[in-house]
Design a protein around this ligand. Structure first.
Ligand code: ADP
Ligand code: MG
Ligand code: ZN
Length: 513
């Protein structure tokens, strides 16, 4: 009796129960499949969401700074709002608009705001959503996304993290994933070519790594318009903070200027994060409102975060960088053939560059004269010499400048025949073996004595210019200080201000052509 009981039990739990469970699951799955229609489990079906429907609408009011990007996007908005009018004019819209900028600068937010401003549906997917385990799924999703969008035109298709699918096809890739991504990318290209610009669908993309994108994506008729979304400067940071403190209850001692002052290099996402952290800290300390001390602590916490280290300069460092960049700019406007200074910035970018001085040639140049090259060397030395003049010592920040200055000087001597001493002869033979477009280097085809002469000559060119630059900066020390103070305050200044402060007439733009 007992034994029989036992075997009955075993029969039930080991055999009948699992089978019963299996049958129930089977019924459930087959039902589900029939309600979903075609396809095995519908893997390819899209997860694209229509953002216009969820949550409050995002508009340009929610995006601060980035005024240049906004201006360029105005046109897209106008087109979406009134595509019939544009069609009647035979107007031609860019199909693809690519937002390019560092992470957290508000690219996704801007795309949503364009949809909000134009009041059109917003289909968004992230590049990484397209890439699945199964080959062919990504391509199916792209097809589906465009199909859905075309039905709802005018509308926006937004592909975030475009680089996840749009990575250059030629580049070395990991095994696996490769085929899938290539198929997805090809499908995207096919879809973008497949609708014409009057259909009212605008494709927007965002990436922080435009340099790795497949060239095919950037061709005319695809993402042929690029809009840069840059890191905010001081003034913009204040504006961004104003947006994110709207939800907070603020104490009386809050000074947004000070917060913006302390956060050069921070992007919108960081600033939003700070506001959030400050509120959390205020609650933790039992404050009735968010106080300045909470913000200070929040900044420190965000700074201590994993990747943010070294990203913010101390006031002393910032001052030094301002002097350094002003040095470049001041020399550039004072040497006879200096290219026009367009913009000087001390907003840190990435790991290497703490600031930069941007010069734009009046017209595109294919030749450089000896004097122009000497002036270029002088401008490169300007940063270091300014530091030397003000602080009496130099910093590691000038390394790249020196490298480039020496390169130019060396090229003048060994390749361009611009040294009287060594004459119009080239030294060193370029290795013909080219590997993947990278030169194999140069082979030495001259004597030890010549090598020494070359080194001496390179050194002479650089030191001659060093003397010249020291002279220029000493003569104009007052301008250097003024320029630095202005730059320190504004963080980004433009050519017009630079020329005005240095008391040098701005170059004539009309010369162009
Ligand atoms: P990206 O797509 O460039 O990485 P996001 O658009 O995702 O950046 O920005 C993340 C968040 O940071 C936004 O949701 C917003 O809260 C905040 N933010 C970023 N840039 C701005 C800005 N210019 N103005 C206001 N808020 C911003
Ligand atoms: Mg984004
Ligand atoms: Zn420099």
């Amino acid at each position: 009796m007992r034994i029989e009981d036992h075997t009955l039990n075993r029969l039930f739990f080991d055999w009948l129960l699992p089978i019963a469970i299996f049958v129930i699951i089977w019924i459930f799955i087959s039902r589900k499949m029939s309600t979903m229609g075609s396809g095995v489990l519908n893997i390819g079906r899209n997860r694209a969401r229509i953002h216009a429907d969820d949550g409050p609408k995002v508009t340009f009011k929610d995006v601060a700074g980035v005024s240049e990007a906004k201006m360029e996007l105005e046109e897209v908005i106008k087109f979406l709002k009134d595509s019939d009018y544009y069609k009647s004019l035979g107007g031609h819209m860019p199909k693809g608009v690519l937002l390019v900028g560092p992470p957290g600068t508000g690219k996704t937010l801007l795309a949503k705001a364009v949809a909000g401003e134009a009041d059109v549906p917003f289909f968004s997917m992230s590049g990484s959503d397209f890439i699945e385990m199964f080959v062919g799924v990504g391509a199916a999703r792209v097809r589906d996304l465009f199909e859905q969008a075309r039905k709802k035109a005018p509308c926006i298709i937004f592909i975030d993290e475009l680089d996840a699918i749009g990575r250059s096809r030629g580049a070395a890739q990991m095994v696996g994933g490769h085929d899938e991504r290539e198929q997805t990318l090809n499908q995207l290209l096919v879809e973008m070519d497949g609708f014409d610009t009057t259909s009212g669908v605008v494709v927007m993309g965002a990436t922080n790594r435009p340099e790795i994108l497949d060239k095919a994506l950037l061709r005319a008729g695809r993402f042929d318009r690029q809009i840069v979304v840059d890191k905010p400067d001081y003034k913009d940071r204040v504006e961004i903070l104003k947006i994110h403190i709207r939800k907070l209850k603020l104490g009386e001692d809050i000074d947004l200027d000070v917060i913006a002052q302390r956060t050069p290099g921070f992007v919108g996402a960081d600033l939003a994060n700070i506001c959030n952290e400050a509120a959390i800290l205020a609650a933790r300390h039992g404050h009735k409102a968010v106080m300045m001390s909470d913000f200070e602590a929040a900044i420190d916490r965000v700074l201590a975060g994993p990747e943010k280290k070294n990203r913010v300069l101390s006031p002393d460092e910032k001052k030094r960088v301002a002097f350094h960049e002003s040095g470049h700019a001041l020399v550039a406007v004072n040497v006879p053939t200096g290219e026009p200074v367009h913009k000087v910035s001390i907003i840190p970018r990435g790991v290497g560059a703490l600031g930069y001085t941007l010069q734009l040639p009046v017209q595109e140049k294919f030749l450089s004269t000896k004097n122009e090259l000497l002036d270029q060397i002088a401008v490169l030395l300007g940063g270091r010499v300014a530091e030397e003049l003000i602080y009496g010592d130099v910093s590691s920040g000038a390394q790249n400048d020196l490298e480039r200055a020496s390169q130019i000087a060396r090229a003048m001597v060994t390749q361009l025949g611009m040294s009287e001493k060594l004459g119009p002869i080239t030294y060193g033979e370029e290795q013909r073996a080219q590997y993947l477009g990278v030169s194999g280097g140069t082979e030495r085809n001259y004597s030890e004595a010549t090598a020494k002469a070359i080194d001496d000559e390179v050194k002479r060119i650089v030191t001659d210019n060093l003397t010249r630059v020291r002279h220029i900066l000493k003569e104009n020390r007052e301008h250097l200080e003024k320029l630095t103070a202005h730059l320190y305050e504004k963080e980004v200044i433009y050519g017009r201000d630079v020329y005005a402060i240095c008391n040098v007439p701005a170059p004539d733009k009309k010369e162009k052509g």
